[in-house]
Design a protein. Structure first.
Length: 481
């Protein structure tokens, strides 16, 4: 658990990974170098001392043949001093004839190196021995030694064997000293590399840590923050994506705030009117019946306005749910337009506006109920903003890649500066007129939402004083749908 916590950050993981790699590489280099250096030093020593032993054996042929004990002893002592070792002269049976230390005279030695020369398998040999002071040995302390043997020949006839025992502990000690220095240097290098790795990992992880900090603050509602885009392409792409997400969240949060504020205002206005009218009736004595009816009619009108607003909010809420599914089918647009005309004709006649629908024989693949709501909102909007004696016409037409529903009116038109905002929620070109006509400011926003659900678009063409034309375009039926 503690190890997992220790390596829970990217910086720690990068540092740990590179540290392990550095240590493994340094250990491998250390082993290889120690092996190569040790082998070189030992080989160098063995070659030199083997030549010395063979040269000494070549000079001892006549002396060994004559069994001159004094001469053999003096030669063993002299050669031992030269080689810093111990020299023994043996006969062809392995029996010691002369010992430079005068301890093993007359003993038979069974060392492998001796037997190889005695048996004629080799004229010279050597071997490594780990010597303990408790064992029969040529040294008084524990050490590593090399036993060299060479054949002694007199007139082409083997007459004995020379055995030289030389300590090689100095080579081992020298190697250990060298490797200790190399090891210390390696530790210093690894430490330096780890420090560099920590700095590099910090440099690599800094933008990630910064992005994490920004994301944590964004989770607490700070959508105005932005990540500084680094030079690294991969991390730069991540930072750019986070900034785009932050911008969208900020826009969404602003839209939400504006929506709540506008919805509260739109509900507050009719509620305030209802409260004033109700208090007037409640606290005034002897109110005429006509005034009662007038006030109650105004209250009823304000209630209708709130119901319309709540219905529009419900439509927006339902259609913006991610899991919302369209109930698509082939819809006869003549029938859909006819139903819209039937519903809104009484409202148009009240304002002395001619409402007509043109036959087209066009069908569309859409959600009939939602599309009827969209068309009703456009026609209702046209009626509200068309003066008496004007007209509103609804038609449909087919194209090569989809279907268009056109709502054209002869109303007051929309200023060009307002046309890009008319599909925003609660946006009104003429706020006073909108409230007089009972508009909620959500009708065109609902149209835009419904059309986008159908993967289509809604556009407007308008001039002030000449009317407006709204065009809904939705794609034709695709294979697999």
């Amino acid at each position: 658990m503690r190890i997992s916590r220790l390596f829970s950050t990217i910086r720690a993981r990068i540092t740990g990974l590179f540290t392990i790699l550095f240590l493994a590489c340094m250990l491998l280099v250390y082993v290889i170098i120690s092996s190569m250096v040790g082998q070189f030093l030992v080989d160098q020593r063995i070659v030199a001392q083997s030549q010395q032993v063979e040269s000494f054996a070549a000079t001892m042929g006549r002396t060994v043949f004559d069994r001159d004990a004094g001469a053999m002893y003096d030669a063993a002592v002299s050669q031992g001093k030269k080689m810093s070792g111990r020299v023994l002269i043996l006969d062809t049976a392995g029996t010691v004839l002369a010992d430079g230390f005068s301890e093993l005279n007359g003993r038979v030695l069974q060392y492998q190196e001796v037997q190889q020369v005695v048996s004629g398998q080799a004229t010279a040999s050597y071997g490594f021995h780990r010597i303990s002071p408790k064992e029969e040995s040529f040294f008084a302390s524990s050490t590593w030694a090399v036993y060299y043997t060479a054949q002694v020949v007199n007139e082409s006839t083997p007459v004995g064997v020379v055995l030289v025992s030389v300590s090689i502990q100095d080579v081992r000690d020298s190697l250990m000293t060298s490797m200790l220095k190399i090891g210390l240097a390696g530790v210093a290098v690894v430490t330096l590399l780890i420090l560099c790795c920590v700095m590099i990992s910090r440099w690599i992880s800094r933008p990630i840590v910064s992005m994490t900090d920004i994301l944590e603050k964004m989770s607490r509602g700070r959508f105005d923050l932005r990540v500084q885009v680094p030079s690294s392409r991969e991390i730069a792409n991540m930072a750019t994506t986070i900034n785009m997400m932050s911008q969208k969240l900020e826009d969404l949060d602003k839209t939400r705030s504006d929506f709540v504020a506008n919805a509260s205002h739109e509900l507050k206005t009719p509620l305030s009117s209802i409260k004033i009218l109700a208090e007037s009736l409640l606290y005034q004595d002897h109110v005429p019946e006509e005034t009662y009816k007038e006030f109650l009619g105004d209250i009823n009108q304000q209630i209708d306005r709130m119901v319309a607003l709540l219905n529009d909010l419900l439509v927006i809420s339902q259609t913006e749910q991610p899991e919302y599914q369209l109930n698509r089918a082939s819809v006869d647009l003549d029938g859909l337009i006819g139903r819209v005309i039937t519903v809104l004709t009484p409202f148009a006649e009240e304002s002395d506006i001619q409402l007509t629908g043109e036959k087209s024989g066009v069908t569309a693949y859409c959600d009939a109920n939602l599309m009827q709501t969209a068309v009703e909102n456009l026609v209702n909007n046209g009626i509200k903003y068309t003066p008496q004696g004007g007209s509103v016409t609804v038609s449909a037409r087919a194209g090569s890649d989809g279907v268009e529903i056109v709502v054209r009116d002869t109303g007051i038109g929309i200023p060009e500066k307002d046309q890009i905002h008319i599909f925003d929620r609660f946006y009104r070109v003429d706020k006073a007129r909108a409230r007089q006509t009972g508009g909620t400011g959500l009708g065109l926003s609902i149209v835009d939402t419904i059309v986008k659900l159908h993967e289509g678009k809604v556009t407007v063409e308008s001039q002030e004083g000449k009317g407006s034309t709204f065009i809904i375009w939705i794609p034709g039926r695709r294979e697999g749908l």
